[in-house]
Design a protein around this ligand. Structure first.
Ligand SMILES: C[S@@+](CC[C@H](N)C(=O)[O-])C[C@H]1O[C@@H](n2cnc3c(N)ncnc32)[C@H](O)[C@@H]1O
Length: 290
């Protein structure tokens, strides 16, 4: 029979394993910033959405906006907003992502309107009322794994906004069917050439969903491409394994977080084109005001 001490030790080991998995799930995918840009180069609906939102608000204000981007990454969206004349504060916790963002902004006139902050978005070092618009694009908030951390981030976003300012973000609409897929199968099997190393690789993924924590642990495998004419058979040990952890946020929790942070929800819709949140919609897009 297990003693209380052995149970405690087993619990501690499980907690440590969980913490290690979350740490990798927060960092791994953002260590190779060039590969990140390569993998998402054709994602454009979100860029257009945030660009149009900023354009609409700037028209109302009659001037370019002061924008805070939480989880700015390699600047997929930041650089477009800078080009449109806005003032950007780009915050992220991953140095490789921010270095790539910085390298993209070469025009002195744009650099003068960009501030880069390496920090955690649940405790952003920003002044109260400093921004007209706060955005958190492309599932960045799904890296805040606990309700309390999410709430701290929402409250910080509100604090950073001027009275009447807008907080906009998108996260995945939880898809229960997808979350419960066989964790051992490989999906999205794709051959590609690594943009910097030139390696010929096979990309594939699978995932495990933990209903208790609402965290989906995604595994992205990079394996050597087989010789021409030979079918891909996943090896027991991948060449590289990237963990990506995504906290699922259900619509009612989202509405609750927005209200609890003292924000007013203006719209919550699907896939950057105003769809209702129905089965098949991938992203929930929220607009709220201070
Ligand atoms: C999916 S990427 C989105 C990047 C960029 N917004 C885009 O649309 O391409 C999520 C970003 O959030 C950042 N991130 C994750 N957790 C964070 C945290 N707690 N604080 C700040 N940044 C975080 C990651 O480093 C990553 O750059």
């Amino acid at each position: 029979m297990a003693t209380r001490a052995t149970t405690r030790r087993a619990d501690r080991r499980a907690e440590e394993r969980h913490a290690r998995l979350l740490a990798r799930g927060t960092d791994d995918h953002y260590e190779d910033a060039a590969l990140y840009d390569f993998e998402y180069f054709d994602r454009s609906e979100d860029v257009e959405f945030y660009q149009e939102l900023a354009h609409e608000l700037a028209r109302e204000q009659g001037r370019p906006l002061r924008i805070l981007e939480l989880g700015a990454g390699t600047g997929r969206i930041t650089t477009v907003l800078l080009r449109d004349g806005h003032h950007l504060t780009a915050l992220d916790r991953m140095a490789p992502m921010l270095a790539r963002l910085e390298a993209k902004v070469v025009r002195p006139e744009e650099r003068a309107r960009l501030r880069i902050i390496e920090a955690d978005m649940s405790a952003p070092p920003i002044d109260e009322g400093a921004f007209d618009l706060v955005i958190a694009p492309f599932n960045a908030l799904m890296h805040l794994y606990e309700h309390a951390t999410l709430l701290r981030c929402f409250a910080a976003a509100r604090r950073g906004l001027v009275e009447g300012g807008t907080f906009a973000f998108d996260v995945l609409l939880p898809d229960l069917e997808w979350l419960m897929w066989d964790p051992d199968e490989r999906h999205a099997v794709t051959a590609f050439v690594h943009p910097t190393t030139g390696e010929e690789l096979i990309y594939s993924t699978n995932h495990t969903y933990d209903p208790g924590s609402q965290i989906c642990h995604i595994r992205i495998f990079y394996d050597d491409a087989p010789r021409p004419g030979v079918d891909f058979d996943p090896p027991a040990t991948p060449r590289r394994l990237v963990h990506l952890a995504h906290r699922q946020i259900f619509p009612e929790e989202l509405r609750g977080l927005i209200a609890a942070a003292g924000l007013r929800l203006e719209s919550l819709s699907g896939d950057f084109c105003g769809l209702p949140l129905v089965h098949g919609v991938e992203s929930m897009v929220a607009r709220c005001r201070r």
